[in-house]
Ligand binder design. Structure first.
Ligand SMILES: [Zn+2]
Length: 426
């Protein structure tokens, strides 16, 4: 698997096409990807960007068009010559499905080839411990998604799954995720491929969210951290338009990239097992914030902080008390959490020279108001390179479905835009 790459082809000579027959599939993928990223590109634009001859490019456009993957979006008359044909991807040419596994809910998303959301649905994550019943629910719901949307299974390029880690990328397995009780090692990819008869790719939830954020509107030069607030807190990282995966891509290793549990959120916070003080994992996990709120009487005692849904409900209450009722204790707790997330964002920005920090994930709505009030100023006041450029701090542009959208984007990217061998023209 390779990451979606959004860099400019003109700046990457290794991606330029040639006319050798053995790279015909590669050239098709290249042209399709360019048409996706630059809708309204004409044949001469595409010749310039790819280095292909006009004849080769025309042949490729014919094949992509015959396969229903691109269509003419208009003709531009300039000067005396023949009008220039311009293209865009044909949205209904293919679809992909994204599944986001969260301890509280399963979100499903159906995207078309242009990255538009066609249909989505959400069901509670089965409460029974362990994954067996869970797979039945996924299989049923994907059937429902297809039936409700009227999209035939044959039009699905692939299924992407976003899941809490740790992840064995080589085998597409999750390995004893602490947030999904009763799970040992679960071969998600193999099990789902067998049940669905579709190709399946598996990715960490925070990384999938970062992919979702850049897929629909790639700028080519993104440097962003997606700080994902779920049951855990982790980061998806995009540098120079490329999604980072780390050494977890190597055979037999688990992916740990984006583990920000031991960055400092609160310099005055509790000691952590790692020897640090006020790490994210002892100060900023949503469950920990609810524990603090119970200790201070801001939330009624008795919330089971191991239950993701109970934590989410309690956070929603805390947020409502702070933002709508002006409760001082609730406000102080959420603002302290927001300062912690800002500190973490600032450390990432300093290390990686980021342009933007994006927050999202299932628990984000409860923190959004306090975080957007505090973090943009705090990050930029303390950011080391502030004299050079600002860091944009914002909430996800996609909203609550960003994990599922990202998983679907990844599936589409890997089968249609990154892997020539898998591009089947019919
Ligand atoms: Zn620590």
């Amino acid at each position: 698997m390779t990451s979606p790459s959004h860099d400019s082809t003109t700046e990457r000579p290794d991606r330029r096409g040639t006319n050798l027959p053995r790279v015909a599939g590669y050239n098709q993928v290249l042209v399709l990807d360019l048409i996706r990223r630059f809708p309204g590109a004409s044949r001469s634009d595409l010749v310039r960007r790819t280095g292909l001859t006009m004849q080769t490019l025309s042949n490729i456009c014919h094949r992509l068009s015959a396969a229903g993957l691109i269509r003419e979006s208009g003709r531009i008359q300039s000067g005396m010559g023949a009008p220039r044909i311009v293209y865009e991807v044909s949205p209904t040419g293919r679809y992909s499905i994204g599944l986001h596994i969260d301890p509280a809910r399963l979100s499903f998303e159906l995207l078309d080839l242009a990255g538009n959301s066609v249909h989505n649905l959400t069901v509670p994550t089965p409460a029974a411990p362990g994954p067996s019943h869970f797979f039945d629910v996924i299989e049923t719901q994907i059937g429902v998604l297809l039936e409700q949307s009227g999209v035939a299974r044959e039009r699905i390029a692939a299924v992407g799954v976003a899941t809490p880690g740790p992840l064995d990328v080589e085998h597409g397995s999750v390995v004893g995720p602490p947030q999904l009780p009763g799970w040992g090692t679960v071969r998600l990819r193999d099990e789902l491929e067998q049940r669905l008869a579709l190709s399946v790719v598996v990715e960490k939830d925070s990384t999938a969210a970062a992919i979702g954020e850049i897929w629909r509107a790639p700028r080519g030069t993104e440097n962003l951290a997606f700080i994902y607030l779920g049951s855990g807190v982790s980061a998806g990282l995009v540098l120079e338009g490329t999604v980072l995966r780390g050494s977890g891509r190597a055979a037999g290793r688990l992916s740990h990239l984006g583990n920000i549990g031991h960055l400092t959120a609160d310099p005055e916070g509790e000691l952590c097992a790692c020897g640090g003080r006020g790490c994210v994992s002892v100060s900023s996990l949503p469950s920990r914030i609810i524990e603090i709120a119970m200790e201070r009487g801001a939330v009624s005692p008795g919330v089971d902080t191991d239950d993701a849904r109970a934590v989410e409900t309690a956070l929603a209450t805390l947020s409502q008390m702070a933002e709508q009722e002006g409760d001082a204790a609730a406000t102080a707790i959420l603002e302290n959490a927001a300062r912690g997330f800002a500190r973490v964002g600032m450390q990432l920005a300093n290390l990686l020279d980021l342009d933007s920090i994006v927050f999202g994930g299932p628990q984000w709505p409860a923190f959004a108001t306090a975080c957007l009030r505090i973090a943009p100023t705090m990050v930029n006041e303390q950011y080391i390179a502030r004299s050079d450029h600002e860091v944009t701090v914002r909430g996800t542009a996609i909203g609550g479905h960003v994990g599922a959208v990202g998983a679907a984007s990844l599936a589409m990217s890997e089968t249609m835009f990154d892997a020539p061998a898998q591009l089947y023209l019919r």
